[in-house]
Write a new protein. Structure first.
Ligand SMILES: [Cu+2]
Length: 430
């Protein structure tokens, strides 16, 4: 296959005409020019993107339910020994050949890849819609909606009724220049009850301009432009909360319509995995075909590559970036270590010098909300191995019901090591 097949199928100019067609019909070119910054859109489509995400369907692993269900595991799974559940999602295909990218149809991951930008950095991300392998009848478009991002022109907001969406075999490049540091989330906004629940959800962080200032905090890493180092941290861990109602996923693979008013999630996940899989290591990149390489020793987690295991040295400041894109409220509890909430919905909890941060051991997170919480890793007990603390959703229905405490639910561990055990962190969630 030629390396540029995808781009030849439709020129950038044609794409813009199509994308703007509905708006042109409604308001004419004058309106488009006035309100939709077409030059910026044109520029976005012409320059190389910083990242490329593919949107498609796929299969993930979830453990057995305590009582037999006709919907779990899904009998259409391509490999029932590994994968149980049908989903939609994204994959980071940056740097792949077009052939490798097209190979990723029905190989989406959950959660979507995390990414992070610097404050005021101009950033282009291209979304390519590969279509749904299991559902050739379902010709759904996809978008990327940067939830809570205040500076988007409508073209780049991803809300399809006021913007463009990406049909199958097409691509669109979104451009952002974020000004407000903090923790955000993104999701596909097409048929959003379904596409969000099916797995098209991920985390995105904006790093503050203050980063690199080692006089305010030795690591030079901060959540916000605090001016005093109060949001400095040594390690950071993204925690994207989502849920899985297996009946609806079975319905999507079997060409049935889920009844969303019956919503009753069976599993609740952190970064696309349930406890104890949350503790498994990260995935290992992609192979020569572009397919994901599973975490070492966990072939069933091939399409759930993001670990939620928190490891740190005593005395370090650890940042937990929570966002909830499930449909239920979560009450994330850290047993035994107080957390200081320094940010909510990408807003620094400080009003012109008045400190609004607070200490708590439980953070209630509703759908669509994000929280930034920092804890100080307590002194190590001196016992052999790390000290272990539990981080879990204490809502009863979300912590029990599948057997052992936390199994199949939103729970992970904080492992605290003696000072100097772990090297400095180079990437979130490592
Ligand atoms: Cu979608």
């Amino acid at each position: 296959m030629k390396s540029n097949t995808f781009n030849n199928r439709i020129s950038r100019r044609d794409f813009l005409k199509l994308a703007g067609g509905g708006l042109l019909a409604a308001g004419g070119m004058g309106l488009l020019k006035k309100y939709l910054a077409p030059d910026l859109v044109a520029l976005a489509q012409m320059e190389a993107p910083d990242k490329i995400f593919a949107a498609t369907d796929g299969w993930i692993y979830l453990p057995p339910l305590p009582t037999p269900s006709p919907y779990h595991p899904d009998d259409l799974s391509p490999d029932p020994s590994l994968f149980t559940t049908y989903m939609f999602g994204f994959r980071d295909v940056t740097g792949m050949t077009d052939e490798q990218i097209l190979n990723q149809k029905m190989k989406a991951q959950h959660s979507a890849p995390m990414f992070w930008l610097d404050q005021d950095q101009q950033f282009r991300i291209e979304i390519r819609n590969l279509g749904l392998q299991m559902r050739p009848d379902l010709v759904d478009a996809h978008t990327l909606h940067f939830h809570g991002f205040k500076n988007a022109i409508p073209f780049f907001d991803g809300e399809p009724s006021s913007s463009v969406s990406v049909p199958i075999n097409r691509s669109f490049t979104y451009v952002y220049r974020p000004h407000d540091p903090g923790t955000y989330m993104f999701h596909c906004h097409v048929e959003d009850t379904e596409h969000v629940h099916m797995g098209m959800t991920g985390l995105v962080f904006i790093r503050p301009a203050q980063n690199g200032n080692t006089s305010l905090y030795p690591s030079g890493k901060f959540v916000f432009n605090d001016g005093d180092g109060s949001t400095g941290y040594d390690r950071e861990f993204g925690m994207l909360l989502s849920e899985m109602w297996v009946d609806s996923h079975w319905a999507d693979s079997h060409i049935q319509l889920p009844e969303w008013s019956d919503y009753k999630p069976d599993f609740s996940m952190i970064n696309g995995r349930v406890y104890p899989d949350t503790l498994a290591p990260n995935g290992q990149g992609f192979d020569a075909n572009g397919d994901l390489i599973p975490p070492d020793g966990f072939p069933q987690l091939q399409y759930q590559p993001i670990s939620s295991l928190v490891q740190c040295n005593e005395g370090e400041r650890v940042l937990l970036r929570f966002a909830n894109l499930g449909f239920m409220q979560a009450s994330m509890t850290l047993e035994g270590i107080p957390m200081r909430v320094v940010g909510k919905d990408a807003t620094y909890l400080n009003n012109g010098g008045v400190d609004l941060s607070y200490l708590t051991n439980t953070i209630n997170i509703s759908p669509g909300e994000s929280f930034d919480a920092i804890f100080n890793a307590p002194p190590h007990s001196g016992a052999s191995g790390p000290d272990v603390y539990l981080l879990y959703n204490r809502n009863f229905a979300m912590s029990h019901s599948l057997g052992g405490f936390g199994v199949g639910k939103q729970m992970t561990e904080i492992r605290v090591y003696p000072a100097g055990t772990l090297p400095a962190q180079t990437q979130p969630n490592t």
